[in-house]
Design a protein around this ligand. Sequence first.
Ligand code: AGP
Length: 590
Amino acid sequence: MCGIIGVALRRGNAAAEVYDGLERLEYRGYDSAGMSVKTDGGTVTVKRGGRVANLKDSAAGLSGNVATGHTRWATHGEPSDKNAHPHVAGKFSIVHNGIIENYRELKEERLKGGAEFVSDTDSEVIVRLLNKDYSGDLLAAGAATVKRLKGSYALGILCEDFDGIIAVKYKSPVVVGFGEKGIALCSDIPALPEWVSAVCVPEDGDIVSISAQSASFYDGELQPANRVRRPIFAGQFNCGRGDYPHYMLKEIHETERTVRDTCDAFFRNVDVKRLTDYVRNADRIILTGCGTAYNAGLVAKRFFSDRCGVFCQVEIASELRYSPVHITGSTLVLAISQSGETADTVEAVSSLKEAGAHVVAVTNCGYSAITRVAHLTVPVCAGAEVCVAATKSYIGQLAALYLISNLTSDIFAARKKLLEVGGKVGELLKGCGSADKIAKECAQSSAVFFLGRGADYAVAVEASLKLKEISYIFSDGYPAGELKHGTLALIDENTLSVIIICDESLAEKCENAVSQVASRKGKVAVITSLEVVAEKLKDTAAVWKIPECSAQLSPFVSAVALQMVAYKTAVSLGRDPDKPRNLAKSVTVE
Ligand code: AGP
């Protein structure tokens, strides 16, 4: 949701570093891109609407040792050249990720003060305020300006009078990276330059003065602040997409490895004793997240109900703050988030923590905002997930949640089962011919309904999200039993219903749904792990028989099959599955 980057170099060309960084950060927004570079002739700013590649030629001609850059996901003002960042006024250039909620009032005030605005963005008020507040002391101007802002912001500020960058953080993510070439700031660790070998994560309210030699951290009152520097190896994240045509396909193929690494990290890095106490003593368990992370909660709820014998509920994080939930000192909240930065999730679990709950983060990103709120973190080891559509991270979340749900029973047996089911995913991905067939049906349909019962219903909801976000075909995930209570009215020869049947005890009832759709002339596809079902329905539906596995763990395999269907549908329609329109990878605004 907008990416910012900046580098101050002891050697090398900062413009080239920033451009490369923007390519890595593009998953955070691709409405426009821009950069400011401190050159011998002063600060030069270039920006373009659309993808980062549109900036390539202009960036190639720039050189300097300090630069900032921005990829935009538009919130205020349409995607265009004029609304692209950096925003420039007087001696300043700023890049901003976040939302300034009181921008109208501040804009009004600056207009009265004689300022002229050139964009429709909320961000431009920041650069206008900086100009007003600056009289030679850059940090003081930064502090005065941000005191006026309501909302969220990660900022990279350049000033003609300073050979470096000022970074500011409040609620939006930013990290500061250190390495042999100099110092960098960036929205996400995986997009940092390869030469970065250590990071500091500023706290909310921090202002950081960055030069090529050093970074000084201050709190909002401009008192020096000591922030821990942790070693990392940024190079491990910057792995590209290899021979795969899209990140999505590459990342789906990393599922088995994700399950394995998530299991290993669980036993290596998690405070298992404390986590077991939380689970054992929980009076209720609340699973929460947004989008795919929420959908992982829908599957995992069944793990917990089965294993822990405790009341378990799943809540959409963006709604949780407005829901009447009962919290005690024994309530356990499992906060699920790939990025660890989703504002709705972070805000929701912060308030549950305040109310007394134990909060455990289940996340793919260490050092992220959610890990700072949580009492404990359970890592999902998917590695960098670049495609906007979550794939391997969803399965990694399921693996981590399955392990947590088995803490009070036989955790080692659980691990063994997970490794086995990871192998089944590997097996599935060796032969995806049926995915082509079902994808073709999807691409030719006006709407696609995903139906299932029990865990298959939870998978149906995720399958629907995946298909709609990357193919732009209308779809819905629905309990198969609910079909006759309303959705059946939408079925006709132009719609496709994909019915997931992996639980033998529910199979016959799901087969009813197949008949109900087929008898209304609707097209039907079936994803099943059950040989008998595949055989029975082969003449009624396009059937994909996926590897057999237990009903409880079948979502690991069926969900991957449906990710492949979504991927192939999107590609056949000429969509870019990695960067679907209007979306961004990490949603850091509420
Ligand atoms: C998934 O395909 C989506 N792009 C989206 O729903 C995502 O899962 C959601 O925004 C939550 O993100 P998080 O896991 O980083 O919190």
